[in-house]
Design a protein around this ligand. Structure first.
Ligand code: PLP
Length: 377
């Protein structure tokens, strides 16, 4: 596959390789799935699809199908996170957020938007969070009379590609009797995580990152008992109320019209993940990341994060002197690759190359070559 056949700004006529953190390049069968039959979402054929996808998600994530449930929602990843946050903080409850990037901050904003008392523990996006500060913030908030119920964190902070210490954060939540909810939008099926061992009560994710489905469906994988314990009564929101979705979906129903065809695509994506196996998916992504990182370092560029904090799927690279993101982006795009700018404060200091989705290794190597040519240009 060649370049995009674009002059700057025009629509690509060929398929670009997406080196952004979602949406991702998918298997042709996933795309074909949306050309399936037109179905009503209140008929048995849809319910069979819904059951199959819900069970498949639990299976590929290796959680107990009795005690855990997956809830499907129609929307982007943020929809799943907001459903989780608004459903796991009861009225009068308080939310602690471990925040070291754009997505941690977004969780805090959601909590405030829903009227929860929010304690945001902010740390630098380039370092692991200070867990002592999280402990102290919890103790201090309780001493102020805040009725903390929930602790939230981001597994893979996509802002930088940093993996947060979920197991240690989960242990803090457990110790203080808080529900632990996780934004795992860019990490489920891309990073190894044992949801049980990490004391996770709910994890939000989307179809179109490491699951390699299409944009439009997202989901929350949750411990039934934890949701039952914290479900706010009455609901904070009508459309995002997880207990309503769970009750309906358990009864072969759905509260609203879902993106039926996108769910058909996720069904195929889950089947492909099942066939590939989660371990091999993770190894494939780690292999992609190695090509990117080795290549970038060979070009003399600096990786933003120390090795021990890096994920399988995002490489943040310090912007070399004399190069602007716009020039780099356009040169890569002309060669058929979509890269991603730094986010938040990193906008001018760094850029990102993601490696989620289906990417031929030879094309990743070519992307590094184009990067090198642009640097020398
Ligand atoms: C992509 C992402 C989201 C959700 O983004 P959407 O644009 O709503 O799909 C949330 N959290 C993290 C960590 C993400 O990477």
């Amino acid at each position: 596959m060649g370049g995009l056949c674009v002059s700057s700004g025009a629509m690509p006529t060929e398929q670009p390789y997406l080196l952004n953190p979602g949406p991702v390049n998918v298997h042709p069968d996933v795309k074909r799935a949306i050309a399936g039959p037109d179905w009503c979402h209140r008929e048995p054929e849809f319910f069979a699809l819904q059951r199959r996808v819900r069970a498949g998600l639990l299976r590929v994530l290796s959680v107990d199908a009795q005690r855990w449930a997956s809830v499907l929602l129609t929307g982007s990843g943020t929809c799943a996170v907001e459903a989780m946050i608004s459903s796991f903080v009861p009225r009068g409850g308080g939310l602690v957020v471990v925040s070291n990037g754009v997505y941690g901050d977004r969780i805090a904003k959601m909590g405030r938007a829903h009227g929860a008392e929010v304690v945001e523990v902010i740390s630098d996006p380039s370092v692991a969070p200070d867990l002592g500060a999280v402990e102290r913030a919890i103790v201090e908030a309780k001493a102020r009379g805040v009725k903390l119920t929930t602790l939230a964190a981001v597994h893979h902070e996509t802002t930088t590609g940093l993996l947060n210490p979920v197991e240690a954060i989960g242990a803090i939540a457990r110790h203080h009797g808080l529900a632990f909810v996780l934004d795992a939008v860019s990490s489920l099926a891309g990073e190894a995580i044992d949801l049980e061992a990490c004391c996770v009560d709910a994890a939000a994710c989307t179809a179109n990152k490491c699951f390699e489905g299409l944009a439009g469906i997202c989901f929350v994988v949750l411990r039934r008992e934890a949701l039952a314990r914290l479900a706010p009564e009455p609901a904070r929101t009508l459309y995002l109320h997880l207990p309503s979705y769970l009750a309906k979906q358990d009864a072969d129903d759905t509260p609203f019209t879902p993106a039926v065809q996108v769910l058909m695509a996720l069904d195929v994506a889950v089947k492909l993940l099942d066939e590939e196996g989660l371990a091999r998916r993770l190894a494939r992504y780690a292999g992609y990341a190695k090509i990117v990182r080795d290549g970038v370092e060979r070009l003399g560029l600096r990786l933003w994060l120390p090795k021990e904090l890096r994920s399988n799927t995002i490489t943040t690279i310090a912007m070399p002197a004399g190069l602007t993101y716009e020039r780099l982006h356009d040169a890569m795009r002309d060669a058929g690759f979509v890269i991603y700018a730094g986010q938040g404060d990193l906008r001018t200091k760094a850029f990102r190359i993601a490696n989620m989705g289906r990417l031929p290794e030879a094309e990743l190597a070519r992307a590094i070559d184009v990067l090198g040519t642009t640097l020398r240009g």
